[in-house]
Design a protein around this ligand. Structure first.
Ligand code: T5A
Length: 208
């Protein structure tokens, strides 16, 4: 997919604890070693404004927010992130590797919270002003394994991590549906393997 900038946007998607941050770091190191300029970032919370929104979304209200409030706050985070950080980096020719992006909203706020997908697509479109990932890597891991990893690592769980397994199963199905619908953009990666093996497959997908 060619867009109106010289850079490339790669997004990492998947359930909780699927290994996105780990693989983001390894991919950035590999691309840098090949001479590419990379920017690693994440949603929510890639910008200073986003950090405040991340706190509101995931930590400040243990009882949760209403689904539409949540949707608009994720969209606000993305609007700020795209406008002030992602698009300028793409204009400079960087490879931007973003931990979660628009597919997370479709899955979490759509399949998870039950908001109509068409509304989410419209809001994603407004937030990104049409910017789409060139490539999305879906780290496919059974939700119970990802959640166990997160629980092992942290004493307190955020808003989404506290949801029950049915919720996380729906998210997993949601990512599978998106990957089936857009096989050219979304590449499924089996995340139930050692870190190095996953990294090697991702490197092979990205640098061909
Ligand atoms: N959200 C986000 C929405 O609802 N809507 C949206 O639009 C957006 C953008 C973000 C939350 O917000 C939600 C989704 C999320 O619930 P977050 O803290 O950023 O919150 O959550 P995650 O993105 O899930 O980040 P995590 O850090 O929890 O998971 P990662 O990044 O997928 O996993 P990672 O790399 O940190 O690894 C987790 C642990 O597993 C180990 C690592 O060492 C680490 O300890 N690990 C492995 N262990 C064994 N084998 C492997 N292959 C391993 N890979 C990693």
């Amino acid at each position: 997919m060619r867009q109106s900038h010289p850079g490339h946007l790669i997004t990492l998607e998947g359930g909780e604890g699927a290994g996105k941050t780990t693989q983001q770091r390894l991919l950035a190191a590999s691309l840098s070693a090949h001479g590419y300029t990379c920017l690693t970032t994440r949603e929510p919370g890639g910008t200073e404004v986003g950090q405040a929104l991340r706190h509101l979304l995931l930590e400040a209200f243990p009882a949760g927010l209403s689904p539409r409030t949540e949707l608009f706050l994720f969209a606000a985070d993305r609007a700020e992130h795209v406008e002030t950080m992602i698009r300028p980096a793409l204009q400079r020719g960087s490879i931007v590797i973003c931990d979660r992006f628009t597919d997370s909203t479709l899955v979490y706020q759509g399949m998870g919270r039950g908001i109509e997908p068409e509304l989410i697509r419209q809001i994603n479109q407004m937030a990104t002003q049409g910017l789409q990932p060139d490539l999305t890597l879906w780290l496919n891991l059974p939700p119970e394994i990802g959640l166990a990893r997160v629980q092992e690592r942290r004493r307190t769980l955020d808003q989404m991590e506290q949801q029950d397994l049915h919720f996380h199963d729906r998210l997993h199905q949601g990512f599978a549906q998106l990957a089936a619908a857009e096989p050219r953009r979304i590449r499924e990666v089996n995340a139930l393997r050692p870190i190095e093996m996953i990294a090697a497959e991702i490197e092979n997908i990205v640098i061909r």
